[in-house]
Design a protein around this ligand. Sequence first.
Ligand SMILES: [Zn+2]
Length: 501
Amino acid sequence: MPVVPRMAPEWIAEEAGSSDIARKVERNRQYATTLGWGAHLPALRRALNRKRTAWDEAALVSEAAKWQARTGLAADGLVGPATWSLLRVAAGLGKDPAVSVQLPDSGPGFHSTGRADHRFGRAETVRALQAVAAAWQRAHPRGPRIGIGDISLRGGGPIPGHGSHRLGLDVDIRPLRDDGREAPVLRGHPGYSQELTQELVDRLRANGVLRVHFILFNDPGVRGVQRWKNHDNHLHVRFAPPTGAPASQAAAPAISVPGRQNAGRTAARPTAVGSTALGTLTTLAPGPAGPAPPYRFSPEDLLWTARFVIGESGGRDDLETHAVLHAMFNRYALLTRHRYGTFEAFLRACSTPLQRVLRDWRAARRHMHRADYVRTGDTYEAPAPPGIPRGQLRAFHRLQQLPWDRLPDAARTVAFRALTGAVPNPVGNATEFGSTWQYFRDRYRRSPNLEEWRQYTEALAQRKGWSWIGPVPGIDQTKNAFFTDRRLAGLPRGAVRVLPP
Ligand SMILES: [Zn+2]
């Protein structure tokens, strides 16, 4: 087990506000020139949101952020090099040579149901599908095989009959039948197998090659999917774009099944992640971002929550961890649900140890001279001082790749209990936390006394538009202080709940 250093969450310093929007508008203005997309604004806007008619630069930031969230990118609203390289293809302004691998007519465990010229994907997409199908064949040697339909055109871009499927990352797959036939079927209709379809969803999500961003399908009895109109007769699988890192780093680790040890406690611990029923995140009252439908946690959420617990609070099953997890539930349910399709995407964007590349240049500056700082290429842009290399600590890259069965027991247990509604909430509607003790030290080069720490914490809350929640018995907030966003002042305490499965 690698030793994972403790690091304060840094997103406390990168909250979006109006000055943040102004800064992003300015950055996009520069990108429009340097990357050249300023000359293609109408096509770019259509690709972001073809229904929107009123556009200005701030709208472009918010629509770009939504598009990035849907696509599986960090949702910062900046149309920079990584976003533009995909967006230009989605907009039909150019082809992507990476979308050039054709799924064969058939192979172990699958047959193709669509047109051959609609069957091009990225190498990782096709490999992920073939891996799932091969495992399916081993589990179901007598069939039925998986029926895989449209992916993308060669090179990607707009494709007849679909709003998406433009980047070699979307795949339509038939639900499975219970009569052994390889034919179309609608969920809930005679011949439809909820059990086999659930197994397919679990296998897709744990494929070990490419991270699944979301799956659309309308059977409310299937876990790990979201409802979407016109998805009764197929599952729409969206993979997240490969990160461009070596395959071992881009791949989501397969979720394996830890053995049943310590039988007396297994009730509180997942033994088979892919098929474990998890809870549902609900809100009693809508947050400032509007009402959010209930959100069912997925096995992928469970895996990343366990990693999160290790990175953010040392992996212990204690009150501080409970507090941190509830703050994340609150923040996701009440404030950022519209920006991130899944809870794990939210964790990976917002939690410093889970970021592939540190988002905050201040964190990078603190670590850039360490031997275990991995440079990922390029430097941070203004307002960062020039010359700070982008990167992340090696220990955190390792943490991001640790498979479920190698995570410490305490972290797995607390993650599972939290995602099944078994962990009480000690922090009310708190949505933010930060190591204000450490921030004070960074700023003044000495430790504060308790009164100085309290004043510093209150002042920071004031600046950020938050309220410090005050002392909580059993939680030492000099490690992490907890705050409630003031926009939530009118909500009843405990507005967010995790309902047990
Ligand atoms: Zn589709």
